[in-house]
Design a protein around this ligand. Structure first.
Ligand code: HEM
Length: 520
């Protein structure tokens, strides 16, 4: 039989078509059904897998139903509102549930021993693959896995050491002074005023990252931040309006817009870096960018030792952009919820103020004094328990593995509902939903009996790199607010927490601020 070139081409085309068709069928049907059988056999309960969309069509009604229920101001039982999809599945199937994120199965993990294992084994339990639009906003260590993550993390870690943080305190203080100054002006005429504090706190934490990440170039840093916010809004709108199974089919117009902003951000950071490289004299840089540039670009091979690994300029750009993304909103929501809870619990507000005045008097807050703020620390821990800024985290099994007694195939998403565990009455007692900072009076280990039941900053090797940074910043800001003002929720405040990346306050988050207690 004669074999012609066209018959070879035809066979190749047919083979390619059949391979692609097989992969598609496997992705949207065969593999999910196989994973479903495996998970059901191990006790996970959930809806049967539905073609391509899985459970995703149930999400929007579940979110609308949860958020349409009004909340009492004093109600801190916020899990159904901030994790509406989680709550929906718990109500249907119990905590051992299995949900379908398109063709990917997601299982809920709440056992502290399993959570500990997930935290510690970063090689097997990896960060899930990002929505492709997200890579235009942020990459860096929060998104990498494996060897790349380990190398970058070890190179970025030193920038957050305590002795470096100590040098950032004046920048944090300056940003706080600016905000307090604006509040002073607003309060000065009547000695009290009604104020939506959220935009101010949001601006404060953006300002702190701009100053501490970019030092003298912080105005350019702020522009970067604005552009990143634009990108995050586009992404959020897209996620709200449509669900894209497997995120493979993206509107190209959105893609182009994201890429354009991405390039603008890159050019701005590159500009700052060029300026710095011209002026870098090896001394005196106290900002994150300066520290990273000096320790990576200027380090000699001898200084780097046997590992001989450096971050490139591109890497440094990505890490600086990440600091904004990971560190701004998380810290501002911590501050706003602290103000909400201290308004509802005036006794704790008074105790915290008393402590701040005893430690600092008329002086500026300083690094060593912050360590003496025991009551403030217990308050912040209790706020992060009840209003954990990051409500959940997810991981992905990138190969077949064991987790406790479970045998998990590759391709499963694990979800740990941080805030639900922080509210669990079996762990925290019948008063688990009450604000009781005294739970933490003898430290976190005592409060949790050494179990992994309180993890607002995550845990294990991937624990939040900015944890100390955030706590130093939050303590300075809170100390200054308490020193200058008395506050309570204004009558127009409507309690409506919601969650979109972080646990957010209502859009109108108004407080009555006063210069003295009689003014309230
Ligand atoms: C109250 C404030 C903050 C909270 C509650 C918080 C929470 C978290 C959590 C829960 C994680 C782990 C996520 C996971 O395991 O999937 C994380 C990671 C991270 N955070 Fe924070 N964060 C805060 C502030 C900051 C700040 C101020 C920065 C930087 C300036 C920062 C930078 C990062 C980075 C880079 C990671 C990724 C670490 C890695 O994967 O190796 N965070 N944060």
């Amino acid at each position: 039989m004669e074999v012609t070139a066209s018959s070879i081409l035809l066979s190749l085309a047919l083979a390619t078509f059949l391979t692609c068709a097989w992969k598609a069928v496997n992705w949207v049907w065969l593999r999910p059904k196989q994973l479903e059988r495996c998970l059901r056999d191990q006790g996970f309960k959930g809806n049967p897998y539905r073609f391509l969309y899985g459970d995703s069509k149930d999400f929007v009604p579940a979110i609308i139903a949860a958020r349409s229920k009004p909340m009492e101001v004093n109600d801190d039982d916020i899990v159904p509102r901030v994790l509406p999809i989680h709550q929906y599945f718990v109500n249907l199937h119990g905590t051992n549930y299995l949900a379908w994120m398109g063709p990917t199965p997601r299982v809920n993990i709440t056992d502290p021993k399993l959570i500990k294992e997930i935290f510690s084994n970063t090689e097997v339990f990896q960060k899930p693959v990002m929505n492709p639009l997200r890579k235009f906003i942020v990459t860096g260590i929060a998104t990498y896995n494996g060897e790349k993550w380990a190398t970058h993390r070890s190179l970025v870690n030193p920038a957050f050491h305590l002795e470096k943080l100590k040098l950032m305190v004046p920048a944090m203080y300056s940003s706080c002074c600016e905000m307090i100054g604006k509040w002073e002006v607003l309060v000065s005429t009547k000695r009290s005023c009604e104020l939506d504090v959220w935009p101010y706190l949001s601006n404060l934490t953006a300002d702190v990252i701009s100053r501490t990440a970019f030092g003298s170039d912080y105005e350019e840093g702020k522009q970067i931040f604005q552009l990143q916010k634009e990108q995050a809004d586009i992404l959020m709108q897209l996620l709200r309006s449509i669900y894209i199974p497997g995120w493979r089919f993206l509107p190209t117009k959105t893609n182009r817009k994201m890429r354009k902003i991405y390039n603008e951000v890159g050019a701005l950071v590159q500009n700052i870096i060029n300026k710095r490289q011209r002026t870098m004299n090896g001394e005196g840089d106290t900002d994150l960018l300066g520290i990273l540039l000096k320790s990576n670009l200027k380090a000699t091979d001898q200084e780097l030792g046997s590992k001989n690994k450096k971050l490139t300029v591109e890497d440094i750009i990505e890490e600086c952009k990440l600091f904004y993304f990971a560190g701004q909103e998380t810290t501002s929501v911590l501050l706003v919820w602290t103000m909400v809870l201290l308004s509802k619990h005036q006794k704790w507000q008074a105790l915290a103020r008393e402590e701040v005045l005893a430690v600092f008097g008329d002086n500026k807050p300083d690094f060593d004094g912050l360590h003496q703020l025991k009551t403030v620390t217990t308050i912040l821990n209790e706020v992060m328990r009840l209003y954990s800024p990051v409500a959940l985290f997810t991981r992905y099994t990138h190969k077949n593995t064991k987790l406790g007694g479970l045998v998990l195939p590759a391709g499963i998403e694990l979800m740990v509902p941080t805030i639900a565990i922080h509210h669990d009455h079996e762990i925290w007692g019948q008063d688990s939903k009450n604000f009781k900072p005294e739970r933490f009076s003898e430290g976190i280990v005592k409060a949790t009996k050494g179990q992994v039941t309180f993890f607002p900053f995550g845990g294990g090797p991937r624990t939040c790199i900015g944890q100390n940074f955030a706590l130093v910043e939050a303590k300075i800001a809170l100390a200054m607010i308490l020193k200058h003002f008395y506050f309570q929720l204004s009558p127009s405040y409507v309690h409506a927490p919601s969650s979109m990346l972080t646990v957010k306050p209502p859009t109108w988050c108004s407080f009555d601020l006063a210069k003295d207690i009689l003014g309230i």
